[in-house]
Design a protein. Structure first.
Length: 328
C-alpha cells in the first residue's frame, strides 16, 4: 500500500485513476481546483464516487498556488505523484492562452519543485498526443521529432516533457510522461466530441463534423488508459543512458493503436442511440490534425500492457453511462 498524490482528481482520467488505486488498497490524496472550464457539478459528482472511500482525501488547491502546493506536500508523505491536472483543450487555448501558462507551465514547475524538495520516488505525468503536431510519420513513435506543435496546448505539454527531463537529469527524480490519445468513456468531458455528439443527437440537433468527417483519431477507452497509468507508476522510471539522455526519464504513448474515422465513431453512436445524426460538414479547425495513431510497442515492452477496447464496446459503455447520468 502506498500514499499517492493524484492531481486533477475531479477530472475525467483523475477520478478513474484514483478509484483504481483506492480499490487496490492505496491511500490517495486528490488535488483539484474544481474550476469552471466545464461543469463544476460534474466534477463534484465525480468526487462523490471517491469520497466514500476512507483512504481518500481531497485538497482544493490550484497548481499555480506555490504556497498551497508546498503545504500539501509538507503535510503528507507521498510515495509517488500522478500528475493529471492541466488546463485541457486545443481550441480553448486559442482564446485563453494565459490559463495554459498558469496551470500547465507554472503549475507543473510547482509540482516538479515539490517532488525535488520532498524526494518523491516517482513522478508520472500526463502529456498528450498533440505534441506530435502535424507529424506525417504514421504511427506516431516516441522517438519522432516533436518540435513543431500546432497549438499552445501542445506546446505546453511538450514543455512539460522538457522540464521533467531537466529535473530527472539535475536532481535524479524518476519521471515518466504519458502521451494520451483521445480518451473517452463514462464520466468523460462535456467538451469532447463523443459527449457533444450524444447530447445533440438526443436533442434532435445537428452536429458539426470537422474536416468533412475525414479525421481519424486513436480513440482510447478510459479503463485502458488508467490500467496503463497505474502499471507505469508502479514501475519507477529506470536510469537511461542511450546517447541522448543519462537520466531516470522516459515517455510512452498510450493509445488504442487503431485509428478510427470520425464518421465510423458517429455510426457507432447512432446505432447505440437508435437515432440518426443530422451532420453539418465543416472544414478543419485551427490547431487540429487530420490523424493520430499511437505506436505502443514501448509501453507493452515496459509494463506488458497495450490498450485494446474496441470502439463499439467503448461507445456503448459511454452511452449507457450518459443515459443513466442524465436520465435520458
Amino acid at each position: 500500500m502506498s500514499q499517492i498524490l493524484v492531481t486533477g482528481a475531479a477530472g475525467f482520467i483523475g477520478m478513474h485513476t484514483s478509484r483504481m488505486l483506492l480499490e487496490r488498497g492505496d491511500t490517495v490524496v486528490g488535488l483539484d481546483n474544481v474550476n469552471d472550464y466545464y461543469s463544476t457539478q460534474l466534477k463534484r459528482d465525480r468526487i462523490k464516487q471517491l469520497s466514500s472511500h476512507p483512504e481518500f482525501a481531497l485538497q482544493e488547491v490550484g497548481l499555480e498556488d506555490r504556497d498551497a502546493m508546498g503545504r500539501v506536500f509538507s503535510e503528507n508523505q507521498f510515495d509517488s505523484v500522478i500528475h493529471l491536472a492541466a488546463q485541457a483543450g486545443v481550441r480553448y487555448s486559442l482564446e485563453n492562452p494565459h490559463a495554459y501558462v498558469d496551470s500547465n507551465l507554472v503549475g507543473f514547475l510547482n509540482v516538479l519543485e515539490e517532488c525535488r524538495r520532498h524526494e518523491i520516488g516517482h513522478l508520472t505525468y500526463a502529456s498528450s498526443s498533440s505534441v506530435y503536431g502535424a507529424n506525417k510519420s504514421i504511427p506516431f513513435r516516441v522517438e519522432d521529432r516533436v518540435d513543431h506543435p500546432v497549438s499552445l496546448y501542445a506546446a505546453t505539454k511538450k514543455s512539460n516533457e522538457l522540464m521533467a527531463h531537466c529535473y530527472s537529469h539535475l536532481f535524479g527524480i524518476p519521471t515518466t510522461g504519458l502521451r494520451f490519445f483521445t480518451v473517452y468513456g463514462p464520466w468523460g468531458r462535456p467538451d469532447m466530441a463523443l459527449w457533444l455528439f450524444t447530447k445533440a443527437i438526443l436533442a434532435g440537433q445537428p452536429i458539426n463534423v470537422f474536416n468533412h468527417g475525414q479525421m481519424k483519431r486513436d480513440f482510447t477507452f478510459v479503463d485502458d488508459i488508467v490500467q496503463a497509468v497505474v502499471r507505469v507508476n508502479d514501475q519507477v522510471a529506470p536510469m537511461v543512458d542511450n546517447g541522448t539522455t543519462d537520466a531516470p526519464y522516459r515517455v510512452f504513448n498510450i493509445g488504442n493503436n487503431q485509428p478510427v474515422e470520425l464518421l465510423h465513431l458517429i455510426g457507432c453512436l447512432e446505432e447505440c442511440l437508435g437515432q440518426k445524426a443530422d451532420k453539418i460538414m465543416q472544414p478543419m479547425q485551427p490547431g487540429d490534425v487530420p490523424v493520430t495513431f499511437a505506436d505502443v510497442d514501448a509501453l507493452q515492452d515496459a509494463v506488458d500492457f497495450r490498450p485494446s477496447t474496441p470502439i463499439e464496446t467503448g461507445v456503448r459503455r459511454f452511452v449507457d453511462w450518459y443515459r443513466d447520468y442524465h436520465g435520458a
